[in-house]
Design a protein around this ligand. Sequence first.
Ligand code: PEP
Ligand code: MN
Length: 358
Amino acid sequence: MENNKTTRTWLNNFGLNHPLVIAGPCSAETEEQVLKIAHGLKNSNATILRAGIWKPRTRPGNFEGVGSIGLKWLQKAKQETELLTATEVANKDHVKLALEHDIDILWIGARTTVNPFIVQEIADTLEGTDKIVLVKNPINPDLSLWLGAIERLHSKNIKNLGAIHRGFSSYEKTRYRNNPEWQIAIELQNRLPNLPLILDPSHIAGCRDIIFELCQTALDLNYDGLMIETHHNPDNAWSDAKQQITPSSLIKITTDLKVRKATNNEANFRNSLDMLRTQINLIDSKLIETIGERMKIAKKIGALKKEKNVAILQNNRWNEILEKIVIEGKQNNLSEEFILKIFKAIHQESINQQINLH
Ligand code: PEP
Ligand code: MN
């Protein structure tokens, strides 16, 4: 696959690094805090300072942001450090205020991308702007909703667009605060190959220790940038304290990351191979997780059979599964021979696990 960075115009026009690093607190808290973090970022390769001014909180009663006064703090931080500035906008009033304060990059949050009326209102207010506008994925794993928001902005002649992948909500508790569902972002890249794609590992992780691994996966998948919540005193942050990192941890993370840059055909080939291998690794992990889930259910069935003193092997049920799975396999271009081999192995493992219960 061609390295398509050359076509991702605003990244080049603004002279922004690869990977683009956006860093800064979840929320602007005080002028002093914003300035302290901005200065802490001067020795990092962050070129854009982020800070939430209006915070959409899931539950009421939490800190909901300092409001427009924070925009002045961002302007001051820009003057002092030359970092570009970024904030979240969630309605037309936010957009107007952000434009008045000359904020460079506006992003639409996950809770806003889900609402076509609000996205339309934001797009109408921004019509024709040359500001960079980044669209976070919606909180639910719905690619169309994400694409739809991008289309609404694009059709208002907003040219400097990008997407931020911040993970998706799920009812089940997993190791992530928001499941990455990498496949959705990969599909977005396939549909819109020229749209810069940025990872927000902070909201996916919900904690500090897996931020590095998420960033590396993103770079291996050819993402263009990272948006990482950074605070000089993360434990005492007014929002998202657990996931924020210090400017010095940010420097360590970005130094340790392996950045893939295509300079010639050989490097292009390596990049494509690494990207495909990363996709395979992600799918393999999902496969193992899914098989593990299946075994847990098989064990529950085993316990029921034991209680009722029923034989473990139920031939009718097994033939039913095989018949169904062979048809589904064919629909996915998988041969009958291959499907039978895999399912016999899975079935054998279920039986072994059920026998171990006895
Ligand atoms: C944020 O960036 O702090 C934020 C609120 O993010 P999201 O919209 O991804 O929840
Ligand atoms: Mn946050």
